[in-house]
Design a binder for this molecule. Structure first.
Ligand SMILES: Cc1ncc(COP(=O)(O)O)c(C=O)c1O
Length: 462
């Protein structure tokens, strides 16, 4: 009878997959035996597999360049990394190996840009796209950046009042305008609070920017919160955005860039099926056709992929420390940490991740619920989040380890890495896995130890 965990996975999904394989009933992630990692570092453990970041960036660049070549697109493609998806130095250091640009979202982000410059990781020609609502400190930091010679800094106006704040610039400053996109019909409201409403943009440009020696409008920005999807809604928004681009271009010849934001999805299930090539080609072809029809030059295209850049590099590994059979049908596996603090999106937005056993693939499986250690009844990961029921090997006296994969984006910043955590559950140890340039062997290094009680007590004033 085929009742082992490995049978279940092989019968349910195409398996093995690019980044997952099983050797001797234990899981490898990018050919790295996770049991070796667990034996060395223990659990709970956060892992970043660095090479995935570069491979994602190069994949996107390749797809856009191929799509552009196919339609003889005249503009350029510019890959920006959206720092808010993971601000860690090791992420930026890896990402910046690939000749990319940056997108920032708040005042402190600019200090990261300065630190990268001081460390010799970027030059002053990089595009620094400054999104987000601009409070005075953010504006001051952006102004200093421009004044110090970052010539391709582009503050993207989120509201009309922001423009006046940039008058201290002692150099001519490039600008962008963010369009307030319409939200998907299922949302509680119609129009995003982020950006300037469609109908106001051209008049605002004419009244405040046109003829103003201080500024040069270069970029129109739009970002669809729910991501780049092959839906009528997405294509409709792209078209509306192109309509505004055309209207603006008629009165603002220096406008030459279209920023389509982030939103490429990542693989969050083994059954993930998304045709990146098709979507890229379709976006590029639609822009190209629109411009040909309207007889305007094709804009340079900018993207700001966050999840896509860093999401698939991350994993979280846990031990099952107890099994609680709470009634005839519900069996809980308790992990040695908290979902709410280590993977806050599972709790906040019902985010699903790839979840697999790390060992015991030859054991029989059973249906379980996964519980976190805080006292909060919401601290769990269930079949609802996971779409299908969760199955894991039956416990048989041996330790059981599990992994959540592709967790590299947003979880540390949303979970307040190193801060106060629910029920004072410490932030787990975090390690980095990289590969040697010569023999391609993997090696690991510890980035952060498990958060100490001292650090929490200090924050709390003890
Ligand atoms: C302006 C902007 N650009 C890019 C992104 C990155 O989106 P994603 O992580 O979906 O690629 C975000 C995310 O919130 C955003 O607000």
């Amino acid at each position: 009878m085929k009742n082992k965990y490995i049978d279940l996975i092989e019968q349910t999904f195409e398996f093995p997959q690019d980044e997952f394989s099983v050797v001797d009933n234990e899981l490898n992630f990018h050919d790295v035996p996770l049991m070796d990692i667990i034996k060395q570092y223990g659990t709970p453990l956060k892992v970043t597999y660095l090479p995935k970041i570069s491979s994602q960036i190069n994949r996107a660049k390749r797809m856009f360049n191929v799509a552009m070549a196919k339609v003889d697109y005249k503009g350029s493609y510019n890959y920006c990394y959206c720092t808010k998806s993971s601000h860690f130095s090791f992420v930026l250091e890896e990402a910046l190996k690939n000749d990319i640009h940056l997108e920032t979202s708040s005042a402190y982000d600019i200090h990261i840009v300065n630190a990268l410059y001081d460390g010799g990781l970027i030059d002053k020609d990089r595009f620094i796209i400054c999104n987000g609502f601009k409070r005075p400190q953010y504006v001051e930091n952006i102004v200093n950046l421009v004044n110090s010679g970052f010539v391709n800094t582009i503050p993207v106006l989120d509201n009309k009042e922001e423009l006046d704040l940039f008058y201290d610039m002692n150099k001519r400053c490039k600008l962008g305008i963010r369009i307030a996109a319409e939200e998907e019909p299922k949302f509680d409201f119609y129009t995003s609070r982020l950006g300037i409403r469609y109908n106001d943009i051209v008049d605002f440009y004419k009244a405040k920017i046109k003829g103003n020696k201080r500024f040069e409008l270069k970029m129109l920005h739009f970002f669809i919160n729910t991501g780049i999807k092959d839906t009528a809604y997405y294509w409709n928004e792209l078209n509306k955005c192109l309509g505004i681009y055309y209207e603006l271009k008629k009165v603002c010849p220096e406008l030459d860039s279209l920023n389509i934001g982030g939103g490429f999805p990542i693989k969050n299930t083994l059954a993930f099926d998304y045709d990146y090539e098709y979507m890229t080609e379709e976006i590029v072809a639609q822009i190209k056709n629109f411009c040909a029809q309207m007889e305007i030059a094709e804009p340079n295209i900018f993207t700001e992929f966050g999840s896509f850049t860093v999401g698939e590099s991350g994993a979280a590994l846990f031990s099952i420390i107890n099994q609680k059979q709470q009634n005839d049908r519900e069996c809980w596996y308790m992990i040695d940490s908290s979902f709410m603090t280590t993977l806050p999106d599972t709790w906040g937005i019902n985010q699903r991740y790839i979840q697999l056993a790390v060992n015991n693939w030859d054991k029989e499986y059973q249906r379980v619920f996964l519980g976190g250690l805080t006292c909060d009844s919401e601290d769990y990961y269930s079949s609802e989040t996971h779409a299908n029921a969760i199955f894991l090997p039956k416990l048989n006296g041996e330790p059981q380890y599990i992994g959540f994969f592709h967790t590299g984006a947003y979880q540390e910043s949303l979970g307040g890495f190193g801060g106060i955590q629910h029920c004072l559950t410490p932030s787990p140890k975090h390690i980095i896995i990289d590969r040697d340039k010569g023999d391609n062997e993997y090696y690991t290094r510890l980035f952060a130890k498990e958060q100490s009680y001292r650090s929490m007590l200090r924050i709390l004033g003890y």
